[in-house]
Design a protein around this ligand. Structure first.
Ligand code: C5P
Length: 309
């Protein structure tokens, strides 16, 4: 019998993401902010293998520092598996083996990708046969970015970021990702934005009543026009992230001076994403960062959503 024949698990890959545009509205009574965002999935993947087990257990490894990832019940992938079991009445448990490529606490949705991967893997392993709509609804209960990790590609998000509509994007976009060894907490970055806005500083505009994605972002995506997209990138969480991490502004400047079309804080940071004109430019930019002592990864987008491989 070959190894493939004895393997009784399910392997799923789910992508990390960049927010090309993120407008944060007012804080809602449930503790979340109303927002308008454009997501793009990138070719950094979380690989998850689910195998049958009586309990719910997880092991985490990866090409990134995983020391900050909890392996107890706080782990979002484990919570996803437990939620699916509870909702479908599945009697057994699962062992999850996660190999991470997406920076931890970096603003690229790595934890959300793990949860999305766990939902898809356990659904296949247990034969629970949920529709994408049902998986999406479970994902939204786990975190605002989980539905996008299920869907992948390019999409516009509203509400908490979990109400998705697909966005047309032509061609590939080339990005250079500069991770940062010290993660940022998403709730703390949102709280810093609220503090800055309450302070009434001219730099931080008041929240839009109804946040909307700048049509220029969507036009640039449809046209596959990286230069135009570069001019339309925007993230309301960038100012608070830069305020919490003074070292980031310098790296953003460096990338933009040395050939990136534009640089942006990814989600709540501290990962930085630089858009390049071509794959060749991206490689040059990546090498420039490496020479200056910054880890940098060349990725392309859009990438597929969570799926069995
Ligand atoms: O849903 P998720 O667990 O990813 O969100 C983490 C935190 O980020 C929330 O608890 C909240 O503080 C903040 N958040 C927010 N508004 C959103 C999404 C996230 O305030 N739309």
């Amino acid at each position: 019998m070959t190894l493939a024949e004895t393997f009784d698990g399910v392997r799923v890959r789910a992508p990390g993401k960049i927010n090309l545009f993120l407008e944060v509205g007012a804080l809602q009574p449930d503790g979340y902010h109303e927002l308008a965002t454009a997501f793009q999935a990138v070719s950094l993947y979380e690989d998850l293998v689910a195998t049958p087990s009586d309990d719910f257990t997880i092991e985490v490894s990866g090409t990134v520092d995983v020391s900050g990832v909890p392996t107890d019940d706080r782990n979002l992938a484990l919570r996803a598996a437990r939620l699916l079991a509870a909702e479908t009445g599945h009697p057994g448990g699962v062992h999850l083996d996660v190999r991470k490529e997406v920076p931890v606490a970096g603003g690229m949705g790595g934890g959300s990708a793990d949860a999305a991967a766990a939902l898809v893997a356990c659904d296949a392993l247990w034969g629970t046969g949920l529709s994408s709509r049902q998986l999406h609804a479970l994902g939204a209960r786990l975190g605002a970015d989980v539905p996008f990790a299920l869907q992948g590609g390019t999409a516009v998000g509203s509400g908490r970021g979990d109400r998705l509509s697909p966005a047309l994007a032509r061609g590939r976009f080339e990005w250079v990702i500069v991770p940062n060894p010290d993660g940022l907490s998403t709730p703390e970055v949102y709280a810093e934005l609220d503090r800055q806005r309450a302070g009434g500083g001219a730099v931080i505009p008041a929240p839009a009543e109804v946040p909307v994605v700048d049509p220029d972002v969507l036009h640039a995506l449809v046209a596959g026009d990286a230069r135009r997209l570069a001019g339309a990138l925007a993230n309301d969480l960038q100012a608070p992230a830069l305020r919490m991490r003074r070292d980031l502004a310098e790296v953003l400047d460096l990338g933009e001076r040395e050939g990136a079309l534009a640089g942006i804080v990814s989600g709540s940071g501290p990962t930085l994403a630089f858009l390049a004109e071509s794959a060749e430019d991206a490689r040059g930019l990546q090498q420039m960062f490496a020479r200056r002592g910054h880890e940098a990864l060349h990725v392309s987008a859009p990438a597929h959503g969570a799926r069995v491989v």
